[in-house]
Design a protein around this ligand. Structure first.
Ligand SMILES: [Zn+2]
Length: 258
């Protein structure tokens, strides 16, 4: 997806995935959509990697596609920020949120560096500190994903404070740029499972499991849009100092053919 900045002759001036300006012709603009699924990483920013060689960027795209398909089957239009294997800046992702003004913006990721073993999935959903809607969306996605993944009996791992949670920065705002920059759009960052864990990487490589995850994300979003349900799994996170993974900047970014 490209965000439109204005008309340019018989085409549109757009922001590219690398946050450059380009002109496209023959494309039909999307004026608004209730759900945007943000597909984490892409191109040479592959995100975390499983011991089986599985790339987070690949799993994120597959799961997001299943979430979108499940939403569309229920009559809820949804778009993906990234539709192929290319880099995309955090700015370009946030611009799409601000241009499309969806009711829900969900960033799909898979985690690494757990604290240790856990009896069930170590799913984490991060919400925007000052948004009750974001908190509810995070609780519903957490609830649906944990319920769906719990049917698999594997050696799960997690952080000690796995759950629906938040991470403040030193100024009391949202630590994660995508949550901060997408505001005022209701946004959640989901770390669905630990791709760094051999047992989970094996699961995540399976198309059927990718579909189960994507459909669970969609159910959480549909319950957010269609009910007052609050979700569950809310925790008080322990203070974190480790930086978020690298990437999301413009430097070295190469746009795909438009
Ligand atoms: Zn990630």
């Amino acid at each position: 997806m490209l965000s439109v900045k204005g008309r340019a002759g018989n085409g549109y001036r757009v922001e590219t995935p690398c946050s450059n300006t380009a002109v496209v012709r023959g494309a039909k603009p999307v004026l608004g959509v209730p759900v945007v699924i943000d597909v984490g990483h892409g191109g040479d920013e592959e995100g975390a990697r499983g011991p089986n060689g599985l790339s987070e960027k690949v799993v994120n795209l597959a799961v997001a596609g299943h979430a979108r398909a499940a939403l569309e089957r229920q009559g809820t239009a949804a778009v993906l920020t990234r539709t192929g294997d290319y880099r995309m800046t955090l700015d370009a992702r946030a611009e799409l949120a601000l241009a499309l003004r969806p009711r829900a913006f969900v960033s799909i990721h898979h985690n690494s560096v757990p604290d240790g073993p856990r009896a069930g999935p170590g799913t984490e959903t991060y919400y925007q500190l000052r948004s009750a809607d974001s908190k509810r969306l995070a609780g519903l996605i957490y609830e649906e994903v944990v319920k769906a993944l719990s049917s698999y009996r594997v050696a799960w791992v997690a952080d000690r404070d796995a759950g629906a949670k938040y991470r403040p920065n030193s100024r009391g705002g949202d630590y994660y740029a995508i949550l901060r920059q997408a505001g005022p759009v209701t946004a959640v960052l989901a770390e669905l499972a630990f791709i760094s864990n051999p047992a989970e990487a094996q699961l995540l490589a399976r198309p059927d499991v990718q579909q189960v995850e994507g459909e669970a994300v969609a159910r959480g979003i549909l319950r957010f849009l269609g009910s007052d349900a609050t979700g569950s799994g809310f925790v008080t996170p322990y203070p974190r100092n480790e930086p978020a993974g690298p990437g999301g900047g413009k430097s070295g970014c190469v746009d795909p053919p438009l």
